[in-house]
Design a protein around this ligand. Sequence first.
Ligand SMILES: Nc1ncnc2c1ncn2[C@@H]1O[C@H](COP(=O)(O)OP(=O)(O)OP(=O)(O)O)[C@@H](O)[C@H]1O
Ligand SMILES: [Mg+2]
Length: 465
Amino acid sequence: MLEHETLTAAQTVLVVDDELSVRESLETLLEDRYKVLTVDTGERALSAVRDKNVDLVILDVTMPGMGGMQALDSLMRIPDPPEVVMLSASDSARLGVQAVKNGAFDYIAKPFDSEDLLEVLRRALEKRNLRREVDYLRSEVVKLSGFGDIVGRSRRMQELFRIVGQVCATDSSVLITGESGTGKELIARTIHFRGRRSAGPFVPVNCAAIPQELLESEFFGHEKGSFTGAHERRIGKFELANGGILFLDEISTLRSDLQAKLLRVLQEREFTRVGGSTVIRTDARVISATNQDLRELVRTGQFREDLYYRLNVLPIALPPLRERRGDIPILVRHFLEKIAYRFNRQVADVTAEAMDVLKAYHWPGNIRELENLLERLVAFSSGNRPIGIEDLPSEVIFPEVEGDGDLTTTSRSLLEARDRFERMYILSALRKAGWNQSEAARTLGIHRNTLLKKMAIHGLSTRRS
Ligand SMILES: Nc1ncnc2c1ncn2[C@@H]1O[C@H](COP(=O)(O)OP(=O)(O)OP(=O)(O)O)[C@@H](O)[C@H]1O
Ligand SMILES: [Mg+2]
C-alpha cells in the first residue's frame, strides 16, 4: 500500500485552464498528492507535455485559442500520451462522450466535487501505471525472444554464432555486412542483449532514412535556435546511446562531411551539440551495418578509409540465404510457429513438394522475403490443409520465367525444360479456372484424368478447399 502511494506521489499532473481561480484551486487541492504544473492555454499544454514528463492532464474544454477538444486531439498524437481528464462548465453528455471517444479518460462538469475529482484522477493514474508496466514487460518479452531468435544449423551459421559470442564479450566497434534481409539488425540487437551493455540503451539510426542535412543534429543534437526550425534543444543519438549501443544502419549512405564528423567522435569520444559549445563525452559502442561493399566504396573514394577501419574493428559477414539453403526448413518452421502464435492459430504445415520449391528458390530478399511470404500464405490459407505448391506465387516456383525468361537458355536439358514449362502451364490454367479441374482440363485440351495424373507428377495438390 505504501509502495502504491509513493508511486502515485511522484506523478505529475498538468492543469490547463484559462481561469486563474480554477488553476489555483486545483493546485491547492492536488499539490499534496502530485507534482502539479499549470498552464493557461492549449498550446502551452502541448509544449509542456512534450518537454516534461506529464502523467495526467486536466484539460478545460472552453479556452481562447486552441480549445480543449483540439488540444486533446493533438495530445493523443504524442507517443505515449498522458491520461486526460476533461473539465467543462457545461454538463453536456454529448461532449463527454465525444471526449472519451477521442481518448480522454473521463469528463467532469464544473463545479466539481473534490472527492469525485480525486477519485477520477486516482483511477486515471492507476491506468497509466498499468499501461507503463505492460509496455515495459512487452519490451522485455521482445528482447527475450530476440535472444533465441537467430535460427540456423548450417555450418555458416554455427560459425557466425561463435563469432557473435566472441563479439559480445568485447567492447570494440562492429561492422555487420550482408545483403538486405539477412538479419543485420537482429544480430546487432543480439549483441546488445547478450553483451556487456545490455543494461544500457540500444539506439538505432537509419542513416539512409534521415535527410543528410538533419543527420548531424540527429547524431549530436542541437541547441535551441541553432538553425531554422530548431525550436527546442534536442539530445542527439550519441548522447542517448551513452552506456549502450548506437546502431548505425546503412552506414554507406553517409555524406563525406558527416563521415569526417563521425570519425572525429569515434577518435576523441567527445562532441558538441550543433550550435552549442559544451563538450559532451560519449561512451556508446558503435555497431554499424551495410548491404554495400564498403571496401569497394573505399577503393572508389566514396567512403573514408580511416573511418572504415574505425568501424570495422570486428567484422561480421552474414551469408545470403541461398548460400545456406539447408537452414530453410527450420526457418520455415520457426516462422510458421511465430506467425501462429501471433495470429493465435494452429501452426501451418508445408507439403514436402512445396518445401522443395522453397529450398530451390534463390531468395533475393533473403530471410525477410521468406518471413513475409509465409505470413501471406498463412493469412490467406484456410488452415485445414498444408501449404502446397499451388499456394506459392509463380515467381517462387518459376523464378526464371519472370524477367528475361531463363527457359530459353540451354543450360538445362530439353526434358527438364519441358517439364518445368508443363508444370507452370498447368498451374496457370488451374489458377485461371479457379482450381476447377474440369474447366482447366478443357482449356488445356486434355482429359480430366490426364490432368489429375499430371498434377500428381508435378506435385500439385488436388485437394483445394
Ligand atoms: N537467423 C535468423 N533467424 C530467424 N529470423 C531471422 C534470422 N535472420 C533474420 N531474421 C528475421 O528476418 C527479418 C529481417 O532481418 P533484419 O531486419 O535483421 O535484416 P537486415 O539485414 O537488417 O535487412 P535490411 O538490410 O533490409 O535492413 C527480421 O524479421 C528478422 O527477425
Ligand atoms: Mg536492417
